[in-house]
Design a binder for this molecule. Structure first.
Ligand code: ADP
Ligand code: MG
Length: 321
């Protein structure tokens, strides 16, 4: 079973940033309003995600770290509202690292901790924690040389973690996010009143004045957000934030449609800055093609592409570009 978990880990956990994504999604699913992330060594030596969500009862801690155990499929596969549902993340991470899971539910008299050390499980035993859940991951891949060698520098891994936090922070503006550690300068996104405030926190105050507002609809597919002016472009595509039904995605077709929308107004070697939200009937899109990848499968990709390119071109034309 340990080997199966390690193989599953290859699917779910590519690098420290993918661990952070899984842990943040769990915290969001738990209804957290504050999430703190701590990292060291680009997440290779330490990753810790603390939340103030619903917590895990003592009796469910062992299940939480067991493969294919999820508390999130009550409504069946058709009705997935939560971010995670495969029940693979915690056992996978715990098969290639030292994982500690501490949690306390609202009415509980104590918090409990369970450890998963390269597949070996210990606990639960009582521990101190006032509320919510703390997941700590140490020495990720340190005993798995085949995976360790694919990791980049501490600095590059730390940047990838920040990127994951920024994307999920844009998806969840009302949650407070804080990320700290010896490998970075601290970042805090205070709980925002609305999306506009969160966008300003994540992309900087100057972005709003250097962007056009997008609000378009085609066949019940809605596109909203902000598209940076061509003069506000960048040398890389790190500042492109795309969401489908509220979930951050990094889909080739969408990225290429974004480029297409700018084709007439921006130099080819530049990258637009944009925050765009697509909203459509969940039956017309599959956002769960792969557990870790942010790929999307649209029933009608041509419609989506046309909507994106058309909305951007029209917005630029209207502002005289
Ligand atoms: P999944 O999210 O796909 O259900 P995970 O392995 O990520 O699987 O988590 C297993 C289970 O552990 C979840 O279904 C949930 O019940 C519980 N869990 C994990 N993290 C948290 C958290 N931060 N707060 C509350 N419950 C959690
Ligand atoms: Mg999960």
């Amino acid at each position: 079973e340990h080997l199966i978990d390690q193989i599953a880990a290859g699917e779910v956990v590519e690098r420290p940033a993918s661990v952070v994504k899984e842990l943040l999604e769990n915290a969001i699913d738990a209804g957290a309003s504050r999430i703190e992330i701590a990292t060291a060594g680009g997440g290779k030596t330490l990753l810790r995600v603390s939340d103030d969500g619903c917590g895990i009862p003592e009796t469910e801690l062992r299940l939480a770290v067991r493969r294919h155990c999820t508390s999130k499929l009550a409504g069946g596969l058709e009705q997935i509202a939560s971010l995670g549902f495969r029940g693979e993340a915690l056992p996978s991470i715990g098969s290639v690292a030292r994982l500690s899971l501490r949690s306390r539910t609202a009415g509980a008299s104590s918090a409990f901790e369970i450890l998963l050390d390269h597949g070996h499980c210990e606990g639960p035993r009582p521990t101190a924690l006032s509320r919510g859940t703390v997941v700590e991951v140490r020495d990720l891949f340190q005993k798995v040389p085949a995976r360790l060698k694919f990791l980049k520098s501490d600095r590059a891994e730390a940047t990838a973690i920040t990127d994951v936090v920024r994307r999920l922070a844009l998806a969840e503006p009302e949650i407070r996010f804080e990320i700290t550690g010896p490998d970075r300068s601290p970042t805090v996104f205070e709980a925002a009143r609305d999306m506009g405030e969160r966008i300003a926190q994540v992309l900087g105050e100057g972005f709003g004045e250097n962007a056009v507002t997008i609000d378009a609809e085609r066949e019940a597919v809605r596109l909203t957000g902000l598209a940076g002016l061509p003069t506000f472009s960048r040398g890389n595509s790190l500042q492109q934030f795309l969401f489908v039904n509220g979930r951050p995605v990094r889909d080739k077709m969408l990225v290429s449609a974004l480029r297409g929308g700018y084709a007439d107004v921006m130099a080819k070697d530049r990258h637009p800055v944009a925050v765009l939200f697509l909203t459509l009937d969940p039956a017309l899109v599959d956002v769960n093609v792969h557990p870790a990848k942010a790929d999307v499968r649209f029933r009608d990709p041509g419609l989506i592409r046309g909507l994106l390119v058309g909305a951007l071109r029209q917005a630029f034309a209207e502002s005289g570009l």
